[in-house]
Design a protein around this ligand. Structure first.
Ligand SMILES: *Cc1c(COP(=O)(O)O)cnc(C)c1O
Length: 370
């Protein structure tokens, strides 16, 4: 039994459309499906992407990578948070998982663990260089030492060199992005002197769409796969305008009833009916991740048509103005995002919530697990 009435489905035709759009630049991609595929469900997403010719996937934790491997994914899996525990480190070999390695403690621990044995197959890693995000990664000045350390240990194989851009989606930050790319190029040059085969990977969705020439050998798109336009609100917005929302989330209508002019609706009596209206109560609220204080204009889709949210969003219920939408019955779906007709798009919902699309799908996607 579920505590949420919401139903979540993925529109995989839209996913394939987004993948095709991202491949248009000609760059190979490693889709990023960390955090349960940004709330879309790890396993199904991986299967669809695999059938679409994807052979590299990026996840967050080693545990997610293990799930993916146990689920049958036979391509390369990179765990972007690295191997954190001893259990993680042992899983690298058992499940052929590539950890992100971004500092000396974990590099030493992995080296010590695999110092002897496992000589049949070296442990692959993705070395992370920090070029300006300031979060994870070896600074450029350490890259020569890291390379030397690795070259002395044939059981360790730096298959990838990664870095992450801080502001490829931010207006006025083009110079910073190009500076990061230049630092990354230098790091790549250092590592390739010893490891000419290392795969260089810099770009997220925003970089792949806006600066495809900077992504290196392998791009790492995340949000664009799911239909979020990382360039929304920038001068390059058009480059991501064709992306389509993948997640569809609906919930049943619980009640349909009239509200007379002058009556109020919901907690705090914040809504006063300006005229005779018809109201539907949708079975979703802030417990399901639907924001309590959405901006005016926030709507859902009922029978393919927009219905404005009216009154306060409650814990498991939200009221909609369905005046003029005929034939709505309890049990009919109200679409929070996606669906038929005047569907709410991912970016639109993110704007109403004054956040980024990543947060919207991660939050709503939790209902899948409830
Ligand atoms: C999440 C993530 C990405 C994908 O970023 P988007 O902005 O969603 O495209 C790429 N690389 C790393 C290291 C990440 O953590």
């Amino acid at each position: 039994m579920s505590v949420s009435l919401c139903q979540i489905r993925n529109n995989y035709a839209h996913l394939r459309h987004n993948v095709a759009l991202l491949r248009a630049s000609g760059k190979p991609i490693m889709p990023i499906i960390k955090a349960d595929a940004y709330g879309h469900g790890l396993q199904n997403f991986a299967e669809v992407l695999r059938r679409d010719g994807v052979d590299h996937l990026g996840v967050g934790t080693v545990a997610e990578a293990v799930l993916l491997r146990r689920g049958g994914f036979d391509g390369v899996i990179v765990a972007l948070l690295g191997a954190v525990s001893d259990e993680d480190i042992l899983a690298l070999h058992t499940y052929s998982i590539v950890p992100l390695v971004h500092e000396w403690t974990s590099l030493n621990r992995i080296a010590d663990t695999y110092a002897s044995g496992h000589k049949d197959k070296p442990v692959s890693m993705a070395i992370k260089c920090d070029t300006g995000m300031g979060r994870l990664g070896f600074p450029l000045e350490e890259m020569a030492r890291v390379t030397e350390f690795l070259s002395a240990r044939p059981q360790l194989n730096p298959e990838f060199l990664l870095s992450h851009l801080a502001a490829a989606d931010t207006r006025g930050e083009e110079d910073f992005t190009r500076k990061q790319a230049e630092t990354f190029r230098e790091a790549g040059t250092i590592m390739r002197r010893t490891f000419p085969e290392v795969t260089l990977s810099l770009g997220n969705s925003a970089c792949l769409l806006a600066f495809p020439e900077l992504v290196g050998d392998l791009a790492r798109p995340g949000i664009a796969l799911y239909g979020g336009n990382p360039l929304h609100g920038t001068s390059r917005e058009i480059l991501g305008a064709g992306l389509e929302t993948v997640m569809e989330i609906s919930t049943p209508v619980l009640s349909v009833h009239p509200l007379k002019a002058g009556q109020t609706l919901g907690y705090g009596r914040t809504f006063l009916a300006p005229r005779d209206m018809l109201v539907a109560v949708a079975g979703i609220g802030y417990a399901d991740g639907y924001r309590r204080g959405p901006a005016p204009g926030t709507a859902m889709t009922v029978h393919g048509r927009r219905a404005l949210v009216v009154g306060r969003v409650a814990m498991q219920m939200t009221c909609l103005d369905i005046t003029g939408i005929t034939g709505v019955q309890p049990g009919d779906p109200a679409f929070i995002m996606g669906g038929e007709g005047q569907a709410v798009g991912l970016q639109e919902l993110a704007d109403w919530w004054e956040t980024i699309p990543h947060e919207v799908t991660c939050i709503l996607g939790k209902n899948r697990l409830l």
